[in-house]
Design a protein around this ligand. Structure first.
Ligand SMILES: NC(=O)c1ccc[n+]([C@@H]2O[C@H](COP(=O)([O-])OP(=O)(O)OC[C@H]3O[C@@H](n4cnc5c(N)ncnc54)[C@H](OP(=O)(O)O)[C@@H]3O)[C@@H](O)[C@H]2O)c1
Length: 376
């Protein structure tokens, strides 16, 4: 922290220190340490976490912002100017971690993020991903060949209006290319200054280990939510052992855990993968509603929404977990960020864990080719 920033930090600490006494006994717990001076001199109360370790660690806001849904796969595409304003608002609110990928759109999500964040580039961390062929505007199979990675990075840098990507993920493990070769290619890009850190997405334990041996992995980004807790059984343990951060994607199960999706919700098939995913059929939505009941009941007693409880639960699992919920609405963004201030007591965490562990989730998370491409 620069000395200038520290002064802002101390000033904010005084203000928030007073707020501690005004806070309710349970629930949202503002603490002095939650006052963060961002690089642009603004003060927010969004806590920070660290992804990864050693030379390849990254200090980030406790929650990042998943930007995909602003252009892709979430039915409607909102007005571009409004999304640029929302992205800049997120920076003001203390978000430092922004997630996009070449395939979101394709391309237009990186362009949006690049334009929105260009004026505040030094205050934020931009994460993007490579790993697919794109033909006629569609994903056309995996491709992590070194020459392809290099060409994707060059194009992503242009769209993102930057000279470096802070965290570059392999979007899916490519069975045709050894992960060591992928890690070696990203290592070279790091050496050239075009990329700062390396991440994997939906990689299995073996491939995480192999890649990490070549180029330290800063974060694994995989699906993880109350509706999909498989990472508890394997990859989270490897992340802990190797000092790798974990970034849950779809932490609200693509909106389901907010309780705002019901059996009448229409997904626009041309731009929403939920239209084809078994977990979002009316029957599955109804069968899984017991999860929303648990979250709502728990939250109602404490003044939290279902989405906040769902996100706080993930944050409570490990201090190196940084969810990236996506939203197109400032109100939802604010609501989601507040989950970083929720501290469960040990009894509360036990209660909610026991309740949700009894629920059998209905409906696969992916099918077909998409299912074959995960956990490899
Ligand atoms: N690595 C990968 O393979 C991969 C795969 C999928 C996604 N991702 C990344 O993860 C990010 C998030 O994932 P996601 O968009 O699939 O799922 P998500 O974050 O679980 O859910 C996003 C959906 O939830 C809604 N929502 C968010 N906050 C809400 C709130 N407080 N109340 C009510 N509704 C709320 C959003 O709608 P509103 O816009 O109306 O708020 C949006 O439709 C993506 O943006 C992307 O960056 C990565």
């Amino acid at each position: 922290m620069k000395s200038n920033d520290r002064r802002v930090f101390l000033k904010a600490g005084t203000t928030l220190g007073a707020a501690i006494f005004a806070a309710p006994a349970m629930g949202i717990v503002p603490t002095q340490s939650s006052a963060i001076a961002t690089g642009n001199g603004k003060v927010t109360n969004l806590k920070h976490r660290t992804l990864g370790s050693g030379k390849h660690s990254l200090e980030v806001s406790a929650l990042g912002l998943g930007c995909m849904g602003m252009s892709y796969h979430r039915s409607f595409v909102p007005d571009r100017k409004s999304m640029i304003a929302l992205l800049r608002k997120a920076v003001e609110m203390g978000v430092t971690l922004f997630d996009t990928a070449e395939v979101y759109g394709p391309f237009i999500n990186e362009e949006l993020v690049g334009e929105a964040l260009a004026p505040v580039r030094k205050d934020v961390l931009i994460c993007s991903k490579f790993g697919f062929n794109i033909q006629n505007g569609q994903m056309a199979g995996l491709n992590s060949r070194p020459d392809h990675i290099r060409s994707v990075v060059e194009q992503s840098l242009k769209r993102l209006k930057t000279d470096h990507i802070d965290l570059l993920y392999q979007h899916r493990v490519d069975p045709q290319v050894p992960v060591e070769e992928v890690a070696g290619t990203v290592k070279n890009l790091i050496g050239e200054g075009k990329v700062r850190n390396f991440g994997l997405s939906e990689a299995n334990m073996e491939n995480i280990r192999k890649a990490h041996a070549v180029q330290p992995v800063t974060a694994l980004q995989s699906e993880y939510s109350l509706m999909w807790r498989k990472p508890d059984e394997d990859v989270l343990q490897v992340c802990e052992e190797l000092g790798i951060g974990f970034v849950p994607y779809s932490p609200l199960c693509r909106g389901y855990l907010s309780g705002f999706i019901n059996e009448r919700t229409k997904f626009i098939a041309e731009n929403d993968n939920r239209a084809t995913l078994p977990r979002y059929t009316p029957d599955a939505i109804k069968a899984n509603w017991v999860m929303i009941d648990v979250l709502t009941e728990f939250g109602n007693h404490r003044g939290f929404t279902a989405a906040q409880v769902a996100l706080a639960f993930l944050l409570a699992q490990k201090p190196w977990i940084v969810p990236i919920p996506g939203t197109t609405k400032q109100a939802h963004l604010q609501e989601n960020l507040w989950s970083a201030n929720i501290e469960f007591t040990a009894d509360e965490l036990k209660e909610i864990t026991e309740k949700i562990s009894k629920i059998t989730v209905v409906g696969e998370r992916y099918t077909g080719q998409a299912a074959q491409q995960v956990r490899n």
